[in-house]
Design a protein around this ligand. Structure first.
Ligand code: NAD
Length: 500
């Protein structure tokens, strides 16, 4: 495949007046355009219900790019590629007009019949749109056709299967690009490189040398205006089923024989197949759930989850999850992968801490405490980098060990902003590279893992809710989960890349 050829395409964005399109998709497309990663031969049709003229739509593109990017010299030229089609996606009659518009732009911009359909809309529309695209002939093209789908991909395994069957009537599996925007993040992609391009880590990357792995993704924001969605989703579906499990798969997978989509996916799938299913009573031993109560953060008083708009005042929805994942294979037997994620926590941070086993005998005592274990910390966001925690000699006459840190800060060294996840994912999709999108097998396996947990949580009311104050790192049960194994959560704020 000549990947450059594929950068010519008609992109149809369904939900073009929505939050995702404005905040992420338009600015990301502009960045690609500015870097000449999008050829001049592209056109975008924005589809949404609201009536808008092309001019009004183009103005909204300019506004969204201008509010996200400081320098936008080529904005007029960029916006001229955008067209608008007012269309209710549930209205069958409207697809014919959309098809005519698409064919006309295809000719005008010489797009070789290449089409990307980006569904930036509520998930209940995904299936019906895919079916219409096929039945109304929008997918009858001479070039490639690709479907980009936002999360959530279903609500559980059953609904995900149903959705998958619907979209697969119009698109084959290799034409479906399921977005997990964590997979577009620079440092998530870096997990592979750190592991497979360094001779010093891979020999240690197993149960003989690693004692446990901790993946934290904490937010300071509450549920904001998404109460209606979140009530049905909760942290387990919103974060664990997709982002957290994907990060674990990248950390745990075997080296692929080649760095291509199929090989990487097949290694990730093997990890998910080895994930120990946790069900019934065992869930209490392996998982802890939480819901935020009132609290303070940065001197600001914050409401409890149950006081948020569109939230049931006696809601049983979890806004926090901590869990212990066990991967029952040769490499990882006995090594816990702890995950935790939540809203309204003390700090906004996504970090991975790989804790190595203690050395067999400690010859060097520090003045106050035992020797610290070696840690490899991967900072995903907001800062991006790696920190290696070692022990070295304390300067002076004695022979004492003291902890030191070796830091690599991504932005600090390159002096550049790393590309937004959506920019990379859109670019990958244009080039036909599906590596950083989730395959159906991964989606199905992770739903079958989390479905067992939600089955229990939804049927047992947690009487302790709310069980953590806003502005803290979650409920006590999350700490106990590690304490029972003799570990503790490394505090994410003290592991920072410092100011290197
Ligand atoms: P939104 O509510 O802001 O926008 C929805 C869009 O769909 C609007 O353009 C609206 O006009 C259009 N729409 C609704 N009903 C329609 C109909 N019947 N016919 C035609 N158009 C219709 O939603 P959003 O926040 O942009 O999210 C879109 C999708 O992306 C959702 O699946 C969401 O879960 C996912 N997502 C959003 C974000 C984010 O940051 N906003 C992040 C991750 C995933």
């Amino acid at each position: 495949m000549n990947q450059n050829d594929n950068q010519t395409a008609l992109i149809m964005i369904f939900g073009a007046t929505g939050d995702l399109a404005k905040r992420k998709l338009f600015p990301s497309l502009y960045r690609l355009f500015e870097k000449n990663k999008l050829s001049d031969k592209f056109a975008v049709i924005g589809v949404a219900r609201r009536p808008l003229t092309n001019e009004e739509f183009q103005q909204s593109i300019k506004d969204s790019v201008e509010s996200a990017i400081e320098k936008e010299d080529r904005i007029e030229e960029f916006a001229s590629h955008f067209y608008y089609h007012s269309h209710d996606v549930t209205d069958s009659d409207s697809y014919a007009a959309l098809k005519n518009m698409a064919n006309e732009l295809d000719n005008r911009y010489e797009l070789n019949g290449n089409r990307i359909f980006y569904l930036a809309m509520a998930p209940e529309f995904f299936g019906p749109i895919a079916l219409h695209l096929k039945s109304d002939g929008l997918t009858d093209v001479t070039g490639f056709k690709r479907l980009v789908i936002e999360k959530p991909f279903g609500h559980d395994l059953e609904s995900a299967k149903e959705l998958n069957n619907q979209i697969r009537t119009a698109f084959s599996e290799d034409e479906v690009y399921r977005i997990d925007h964590y997979l577009g993040k620079e440092m998530v992609q870096n997990i592979e490189v750190i592991r497979f391009a360094n001779a010093i880590f891979e020999p240690l990357w197993n149960n003989r040398f690693i004692s446990n792995i901790q993946v934290t993704s904490s937010e300071t924001l509450g549920v904001e205006e998404r109460g209606r969605y979140y009530e049905k989703s909760g942290a387990l579906r919103d974060m664990v089923q997709n982002h957290m499990i994907q990060m674990v798969a990248l950390l745990a997978m075997e080296p692929p024989i080649r760095l291509n989509t199929e090989e990487i996916r097949s290694e990730k799938v093997k990890v998910l197949r080895a994930l120990r299913p946790i069900e019934g009573e065992e869930i209490h031993k392996y998982f802890a759930r939480g819901q935020y109560g009132e609290g303070t953060l940065n001197n600001q008083s914050l409401p409890a989850y149950r006081q948020e708009t569109m939230v049931d005042p006696s809601s049983n929805t979890e806004t926090f999850v901590a869990g212990k994942l066990m991967i029952d294979n040769f490499r990882w037997a006995g090594v816990p992968f702890y995950i935790r994620t939540g809203k309204r926590m003390e700090t906004k941070s996504t970090k991975i801490v790989i804790q190595f086993k203690d050395i067999p005998m400690n010859l060097y005592y520090q003045t106050e405490q035992q020797l610290k274990p070696n840690l490899l910390v991967i900072h995903i966001q907001p800062e991006e980098g790696i920190t290696l925690h070692l022990n070295a000699k304390r300067a002076g006459t004695g022979m004492e060990a003291t902890p030191i840190k070796l830091n690599y800060a991504n932005k600090g060294i390159d002096g550049l902003n790393t590309p937004e996840a959506y920019e990379k994912l859109l670019y990958d999709c244009m080039r036909g590279d599906a590596t950083n999108f989730t395959h159906w097998d991964e989606v199905a396996l992770s739903w079958s893992f989390t479905d067992k947990i939600s089955a229990v949580w939804e049927n047992t009311k947690d009487e302790s809710f709310p069980n953590y104050a806003s502005g803290t790192m979650g409920p006590k049960a999350a700490d106990e989960l590690l304490e029972q194994d003799g570990f503790f959560w490394w505090p994410v704020t003290n592991l920072d890349v410092d100011n290197c």
